[in-house]
Design a protein around this ligand. Structure first.
Ligand SMILES: C[S@@+](CC[C@H](N)C(=O)[O-])C[C@H]1O[C@@H](n2cnc3c(N)ncnc32)[C@H](O)[C@@H]1O
Length: 491
């Protein structure tokens, strides 16, 4: 176990640099730039300045994508001028600077150039082989200097020097905003992304689907949402669109009556989630006029005043600290696999989580940023959220755990446990329970679980680890092929 250590990233492992002599050449873009594009920090209309740009591969990548970009590097582009830009990128530069004073100055200069936001990336704890201690960094056997940060140390350093809060994009990558509106918009985009309102593809599918049309007609006739038992093809609808909550929202979006309570509740939850996220980030909620227009009109429709919405947002956030509320939320959560003290949910079903659990997950990602994972594991007392990565979740009938990043929410710390080298890792069963019924492999997963259940395999003790499970299959003369349980033919 490595406390607070960063998962080693393949791209980053190519980043061994001889300061000022050899910089990295890349074919596409760096991870920080890819994250900033995915997070909407860099858009088509942004101008970007790459401070310490090395050979300039990120500049070339951005320009090739019609995004205005320039950069400066003391060794590779010394003739260029450092100019202010909306977005400034300072990636993997601080690591290579040996002098503390120069590091501070570089950070301050880069921030001074940023009109809206500064992206900062550093290497965080990951093995640098054959390193000797040197100053406060590591001198590798090639004579290259690398200051390797701990994630918390990195954030603290940046926050102290710039007197600004950091937003974690991933381990070793943070955004620091200069513009408060841009900051609030960024948090809003995290609160609302992938929510139904933005899933126009799903809405279009629902409109076209024949079973859905019948369901909407029935809703119109009844003047309310039909119960599942009133609509025999409900399971079909569930299979195509995932969850009752989602079907409800899609239907309410199409039906023709004023009782819009369901989607109203949903919008209310979204806004409370957003306000809670702002508070978690310690961001003063922006004046209502600065919010996206759709949110403004929702607030006006749902609360009498913005002040009331803010008050309810505070109360909502307060409930996060109450274990019994979180436990109840987990217990009644309509998605995921329920175990006595934990709830497991596949990331494809995150949108269907109740707002409180979405905020807990958001809180965890504030601490570790975006790490690769398949399942989220909520401790039902609300104290920890783990992001679990498996080996081939879809393809392996019983995927092995590769890495668990466990975030302790009250302390804002995390642990990484690696299982890559384990010959007896924890494995998963009943994969269909983690996903929604419209997940592409749901039926395949379910069929296998039924076969396993029929043979009594799932009630055998200690099947949660690879070796014991493999031994059990062997002892029973069974093997699994393409998610099918087969008898091994006698030889
Ligand atoms: C590891 S490279 C990173 C290059 C580029 N940002 C990237 O991510 O590909 C580190 C770069 O920092 C530059 N550098 C060193 N000291 C610097 C300083 N004080 N200010 C700005 N850049 C510096 C080096 O010349 C080198 O090109």
């Amino acid at each position: 176990m490595s406390s607070g250590s960063a998962p080693h990233n393949q791209l980053e492992s190519t980043l061994l640099i001889r300061r000022g002599q050899t910089a990295i050449r890349r074919v596409s873009c760096s991870r920080p730039i890819a994250l900033a594009l995915a997070d909407g920090i860099i858009t088509k209309t942004s101008d970007v300045f790459d401070y310490g740009c090395g050979h300039g591969s990120d500049i070339r990548f951005l320009r090739a994508n019609h995004i205005h970009a320039d950069g400066w590097d003391p060794h590779y582009r010394p003739e260029e001028k450092a100019t202010p830009a909306q977005v400034v990128n300072l990636s993997y530069v601080l690591n290579v600077i040996e002098s503390l004073a120069e590091r501070d100055e570089t950070l301050l200069q880069a921030f001074a150039l940023a009109k809206q936001v500064l992206i900062i990336a550093v290497r965080v704890e990951s093995p640098v082989l054959d390193g000797d201690e040197y100053a406060d960094g590591i001198l590798t056997s090639r004579g290259t200097f690398q200051k390797i940060y701990g994630q918390a140390e990195f954030r603290e350093y940046v926050e102290t020097k710039l007197q600004k809060r950091t937003h974690v994009a991933a381990l070793g990558v943070v955004y620091v905003f200069k513009d408060e509106e841009a900051e609030a918009r960024y948090v809003a985009s995290r609160a609302f992304t992938r929510r139904l309102e933005y899933r126009t593809d799903l809405i279009a599918d629902f409109k076209k689907n024949n079973v859905a049309k019948h369901f909407v007609n029935l809703a119109n006739r009844l003047g309310r949402l039909p119960l599942a038992e009133e609509f025999p093809k409900y399971p079909k609808l569930l299979e195509s669109f995932g969850s009752p909550k989602r079907i409800e929202r899609l239907t309410l979006g199409l039906i023709n009556h004023s009782a819009f309570q369901g989607s109203r509740d949903q919008r209310r939850e979204d806004i409370l989630t957003y306000l809670a996220m702002l508070r978690l980030e310690n961001i003063k909620p922006p004046p209502i006029a600065k919010l996206p227009v759709s949110i403004q009109s929702d607030i006006k429709a749902i609360w009498k005043t913005y002040g009331e919405a803010l008050k309810e947002g505070e109360e909502f956030l307060f409930t996060i600290g109450k274990p019994e509320v979180v436990a109840n939320m987990c217990a009644t959560c309509p998605v995921g696999k329920h175990l006595p003290s934990h709830l497991y949910v596949h990331r494809s079903a995150e949108d269907e989580l109740p707002p409180l659990l979405r905020v807990l997950l958001f809180g965890a990602k504030r601490i570790v940023g975006e790490v690769p994972y398949d399942l989220v594991k909520f401790a039902k007392d609300g104290r920890a959220v783990s992001l679990l990565l498996y080996k081939d979740f879809d393809g392996d009938p019983h995927p092995a755990l590769l890495r668990s990043v466990k975030v302790f929410l009250p302390k804002a710390t995390f642990d990484v446990r690696e299982y890559f080298a384990s010959d007896n890792p924890p494995i998963l069963h009943r994969k269909e329970t983690f996903v929604l019924p419209n997940y592409p492999h749901f039926q395949t997963f379910k069929r296998l679980s039924e076969q396993e259940e029929t043979l009594g395999l799932l009630s055998a003790p200690d099947i949660g680890y690879r070796r014991l499970w493999d031994n059990l299959l062997l002892a029973r003369g069974l093997r699994i092929e393409n998610h099918n349980l087969l008898n091994v033919a006698p030889t």
